[in-house]
Every structure is written in C-alpha cells, then in structure tokens.
Ligand binder design. Structure first.
Ligand SMILES: NC(=O)c1ccc[n+]([C@@H]2O[C@H](COP(=O)([O-])OP(=O)(O)OC[C@H]3O[C@@H](n4cnc5c(N)ncnc54)[C@H](OP(=O)(O)O)[C@@H]3O)[C@@H](O)[C@H]2O)c1
Length: 318
C-alpha cells in the first residue's frame, strides 16, 4: 500500500486519480485550498492545505507520503492569479516534498513544453519539468494535450457554443491538430507511474488525432448540432471568445491559448497513452455534453463550488 498525496482531489483530474488510488487499496490525502468543494469521498480523502506560503506546514502535510501527484497549475494570468506565481508555488511544493522524504513525484505538464517558448504556459511548464528533474526525487512527468471528461471545460464549451450559436468560428484554416485524452485514462497512467521507479517523461495523449476543424465538426455531428465552420483571423476568434466570456462571466479562451493551439503545440508524434476514444465518449455523453457552460472563473472564485453536479454521483461509478 502506498501513501499518496494528490493535489486538487475535489477538482477535475485529481478526483479521478484519487478514486483510482483508493480502488487500488492505497491511502490518499489531498492538498487543496478548496477543502469545502462538494465531493463524494466522504472521509476517505482528508484535505490538507496547499499552503505555499508556509513550507513547514506543507512539509508536515507531506511527511509519511510515498508519492505526490501534482496537478496544480494556473491556466491563465488574471488579476487574482498568475502563472509566475504557479511556478514559484510549485517550486515550494517540490522543495517541501524533498524535505518530507517523498519518494516519487508524478507531475502534470503539457505537450511540447519549451524553455524557449514565447508562450508563458509552455515555457513555465518546461521550467518546472527541469526543476523536478534537478530535485533529486524520482519522477514521472506526464504531458497531456487536452483532457476530456464530464467536468471538462474546453470540449464541453465547444459543444455549448455549437448548441447555442448557428455558426462556429475557428482561427485560420483549423488544420492544427489536437490529441485529447480521457481524464480517467490520464488518472490510470498517473497511478501506474506512481508505482514505478524509473524517471520518465510521457506524452499523455489519446488514441485519436483530429485537426481542430475536424474535432469541432465531429462534436457538432455527434451532439446533433452540425454547424457551418468558418475560418477567422485569430484576433476575431479571441474577440468572439471575449464577447461570449462577458455574457457568461468567464474567461472563455485566452490569446496565448489560441496561439498554442494554432502553433500545433497540442499534438505530438508519440504513441497513444490512453484508450478511450473521444468520439465514442461523446456518443455516450451526447445528451449532456455542452448543455451547461463550464466556467473556469466560477471554479476559481467560488471554492465551495463542485466542478459539476454529476460529480456527487460519481460514488456510484467507482
Ligand atoms: N484540463 C486540461 O485539458 C489540461 C490539458 C493539458 C494539461 N493539463 C494539466 O493538467 C493539470 C491538471 O489540470 P486540471 O484541469 O485537472 O486542473 P484542476 O483540477 O482544475 O486544478 C488542479 C489544481 O490546481 C489548482 N488550481 C487551478 N487553478 C488555480 C488557480 N487559478 N489558482 C490557484 N489554484 C488553482 C486547483 O485548486 P483547488 O484544489 O483549490 O481547486 C487544484 O488543486 C494541470 O497541470 C494542467 O496544466 C490540463
């Protein structure tokens, strides 16, 4: 039995990882600043603060832990949070893990991180990968492109737009590629790698590769909302996303996210690490996908908000 710490187990990917650890007979604690988020773990996953400002408390929380799975990250810069802070905070987390004697860290990164990237997300993820490699702790670095699942934001909100707006605008020709992986396949990989000992870096991609245009078209067809897809300059897409964001009270998509997508950074030449096909998953979830808008900002601003209502029913699934 392993003693495992998972960041954000009441959130998205962390939840699936925690379930898989529990089902494999391991012990789980979560590090989170949202201990009151609704969750279905009962008393099986205790919450400890992700207290970056207090490394001693973080070290104490990690003492006795064998494996830390780190999902913590900040998706974009905002007056209330910054990716630069996420880098500094993650370094504190790695340091605390070292001081606590954590044996192994499984760390969530991104496809194609690079120290030279003009995009802060990809550059910062590369900095953190290097920091982990230099830490002396055994590691598995997992690099997903896009996660999909019931609590997902990006693919859900593409479906939401398709349901609500009669035409879908994409940046440029839409031929840049994406390789979505199901969140539970990602969790399975994280748990498998927690049990390993080798230092590894794995592109965590799913079995299907789509051009972005084809992915949007496929989602539209599968949910019964096939829409004309029009090519727009990226700045128009950003303006449209800002407009929708104002209506729904969210930051829907940022300019750097559009640039990363259009720069083919969510695609690799690696073999798939997940088995669940997005197309099959959408067929199974077509009645619910995109019915409600999934708001990143709501999750960030309301720490008592569950990622979706269905998360409370997950206890039946696990
Ligand atoms: N989702 C995707 O499609 C995707 C694609 C590629 C890579 N990834 C990577 O996968 C990892 C997990 O992503 P996820 O979608 O599963 O994340 P998530 O569950 O929404 O959040 C993971 C953790 O980060 C914390 N967090 C997120 N945003 C924050 C903010 N603005 N300020 C402070 N804390 C914040 C959460 O805090 P609380 O515990 O307080 O809620 C949670 O502990 C990340 O490293 C991400 O870069 C995700």
């Amino acid at each position: 039995m392993l003693r495992c710490a998972v960041t954000g187990a009441y959130g998205y990917s962390g939840k699936y990882i925690a379930w898989r650890f529990l089902n494999a007979g391991h012990e789980v604690v979560t590090l989170t600043n949202s201990p009151e988020r609704p969750n279905a773990f009962g008393n099986r996953v205790a919450a400890k603060p992700l207290s970056f400002e207090n490394i001693n408390a973080l070290t104490t929380a990690l003492t006795g832990v064998d494996v830390l799975v780190n999902t913590y990250w900040v998706r974009f810069n905002h007056p209330r949070f910054k990716q630069a802070d996420a880098v500094a905070n993650t370094k504190v987390l790695f340091e605390a893990a070292f001081l606590a004697g954590v044996r192994r860290i499984v760390h969530f990164s991104i496809t194609n991180p690079s120290l030279d990237s003009p995009l802060e997300y990809f550059r910062s993820k590369a900095v953190l990968e290097q920091c982990l490699k230099d830490s002396g702790i055994s590691y598995a670095i997992l690099r997903p492109a896009i996660l999909f699942g019931r609590e997902d934001i990006l693919i859900n909100n593409i479906a939401w737009v398709l349901r609500h707006i009669p035409v879908f605008g994409i940046g440029g020709d839409g031929r840049y590629k994406v390789q979505p992986i199901h969140v539970d396949d990602m969790a399975a990989l994280a748990v498998e790698q927690s049990e390993g000992t080798k230092d590894v870096v794995i592109d965590a991609i799913g079995p299907e590769t789509f051009t972005f245009r084809d992915m949007v078209a496929t989602i539209g067809e599968l949910i019964g909302k096939p829409r004309p897809i029009i090519s727009l300059p990226p700045s128009f897409v950003w303006l449209a996303a800002q407009g929708i964001g104002r209506v729904v009270g969210d930051v829907m998509l940022t300019r750097p996210e559009i640039e990363g997508l259009m720069g083919n950074l969510l695609c690799t030449v690696s073999p798939p690490a997940g088995r669940t096909r997005l197309t099959e998953w959408i067929r199974e979830n077509k009645e619910t996908l995109g019915i409600r808008y999934a708001s990143e900002m709501a999750r960030r601003l309301d720490r008592k908000l569950g990622y979706n209502k269905e998360c409370l029913r997950d206890v039946d699934k696990h």
